[in-house]
Structure formats: C-alpha cells, structure tokens
Write a protein that binds this ligand. Sequence first.
Ligand SMILES: Cc1ncc(COP(=O)(O)O)c(C=O)c1O
Length: 391
Amino acid sequence: MNFDQIIDRRGTNCTKWDMMGAPSVGVSAEDGIPMWIADMDFEAPDFLQEAVHGLVERANYGYFIGEDSLKERIAWWMQTRHGWAADPASMSSTYGLGNGIALCLQAFTQPGDEVIIFTPVYHEFAKKVANAGRTVHESPLVIRDGVYHMDLDALGDSMTGREKVLLFCSPHNPAGRIWTAGELQALAEFCARHDLILLSDDVHNDLTYPGETYVPIPVAAPSVTNRLVMLTSASKTFNVAGTRLGTITIPDDGLRAKFSAVLTGLNIQPNLLGLVLTEAAYSARGAAWVDELRTYVAENSRLFLAGTSEIPGVTPMPMQSTYLSWLDFTNTGMEMGEVIRRVRQDARIAPSIGADFGTGGENFLRFNIGTTRARVLEAVERLQAAFSDLQ
Ligand SMILES: Cc1ncc(COP(=O)(O)O)c(C=O)c1O
C-alpha cells in the first residue's frame, strides 16, 4: 500500500477538510493542513474497495441479515490480533462508538450519577456524559517520566459515592499511551472496590507501533468481566468511521440485558455498509494492511516528535500507538491564545485544542499525524518557522 499517495479530499463532504474554515477550526483548506478530527487521509485499501464494489454489483440495498457472521468475524479478529476470546453472543452493534457510549450511559446510570474519566481525554467523553444529564467526575492523569499515569489514590480520595461508571480509554487518546497489564489490574480492583461499571473504549487498539503490545482488560484482569463493557470498532483502524458501526461486548448476562433493553427500546440496528466493510476489514488481508500502516504511522510519529522537540519550550509526549500526537507548550512561556494563533494563522495548521480534553490539557495541542509523510514533514517545518523566534 502506498501511504504516500496524496488524495484530494476537499469538496467531498469530508469533515476534516471541508469544515476547516469553520470558526472552531479556523484555517482555510486552500493552504492549510488539517490535523484535528481523528481520521486518516489514506486511500481505502483494495479489500475494502472490492467489498463495496461487490455490494454495488448486487444492485440492491434492501433489508439484510448477517450480523451473526459479523460478530464471528469480530471475535476472530480480537482473538488473533489481541489474544482476547470475546464471545460473539455477548456483542451488540451500535451506530458507532459515540452512540455506544451514550447508550451505555442510558443503560447503566441515572440522571445526576457521576461518571469518572481520566483527563485529559478524548473530548467527547465529557460531552456525552453532560449531554445525558450525568455529572463528569474528572480524575487528572499525572505525568511521570514524560507520560501519563493514573492516580488511583487521588481518585479514591475524591470519591463522592455517586459514581456509577468509569469511562476508560485504552490505548489512551491523546498520545497513545498503552496501559500495562499491571495498571489495568489495579484499575479493575479499583472498580470492584467502588462498585463501578468499567466502560473500556478500545477503539485505538490496533494502531500500536511495532514492538508495542496492547492488552485488553479481559485478558489482563479476567476477574473484572462481571462489571466490564468493551467498546471496539474497525472505524479508526481502517478509516471507516463514516460507516458508523461500533461493537459493544458485555460478558455479564445481567449487564447485557440492561443494555439490550435500551437498544431494543430505541431500535438500534447495524447498517449494511458498516457490516460489509467491517467484515472485509477484519480479515487476513486487513491484518497485513494494518501491519504496514502501523509501521508507517510509527515513522510519522518518530519524525513529528523529533522535529517538534527541536522547538524550544515544546515537549511532545512519547507515543506507543495511534496517530494522535500531543504537544505540551507550557515551557514556551506563551499564552495559549498566542500559541493557537501562531499554529492556525502562521503555520496554517488546524490542531485539536487541548483545553477541550479536560483538566490537564490546557497547555497542549493535539496533532493528527494520520496523513502522508510529506504532509507531516511540511507541518514540522511550518511549526518550526512559526516559533522560530523562541530561544
Ligand atoms: C476514544 C474514542 N472513542 C470514540 C471515538 C468516536 O467513535 P465513533 O466515530 O465510532 O463515534 C473516537 C474518535 O476519535 C475516539 O477517539
């Protein structure tokens, strides 16, 4: 696969490129580099194109079956890629994972209940909790040896007794930290001690860098499966987020019954395109493609971190996975308003704003490096130029 090939996504109703001019993004797509929303600029691989062509050739888009074989395929992927023996019978399909999180909040919490999140984290976590009328309970991550760590002691001290759910991101977005089995076990014990349901959003689990190993919670801490909900999707790995399909795996019968009741009540069902593409993705050809992609993204990360670390005062967080790089501007001594102005107006780059990721994100910007190598290097040059006055 030629990940260096540039495809023009402008004018295709593409959020990342065609929303750049919006005030919240603020950089024209004409000469700007979009490094915000989490999708990749690569052309879809041939095995996905063939699946779509197969669908088109049938020339009929009526009602369909096939969710059972989809679940078998997902189970195969989780077993072969991650050593997790997920039971197809414990899986449900949702309209993407944002929808999956929102449905879990409906199923497992009441208005006013608190939901714990480790900040800074994917900004939609807090939004989904607030949109549901539940309360966000932030547990700020601490930086040790340059990377994020959970502080379960501090979290324990801050508990109010109203917490029902802990919404976790594994690997972590931003910066792609891969939690160790020991950390996951400690988290599982914490959830058991405080009687919390653990929602683990593992959407980024496939994009580990060569040599790095992600461990799913059911593998690291099997004893927690009676309170565990796993959220997975092919959307980030294969860049099929537009097809809106998420998988919610709930081993415990009682918890799954609660979730299923919400799904049935709202008549949530998988869609045809998501089903066809996910089945095509979770395949031997998909696995080979992902391995190439991991190598490419890891090299993007190496170059982006090396280049941006040359800017005085900028500290890129080391990455183990994902295409979501996280830069700390604290030591530039600059107001973040000025940092953002320089990145948008001088460098002509649209990043994600760190403050949106919750407490601890204020002095950071997130840069999506899931794009061509040339564009990553161009972004580095532009950032170096925009801050060239710093000593
Ligand atoms: C951790 C995490 N969960 C969920 C999503 C969104 O999932 P979906 O597009 O399936 O709603 C994202 C997108 O960036 C994400 O980073």
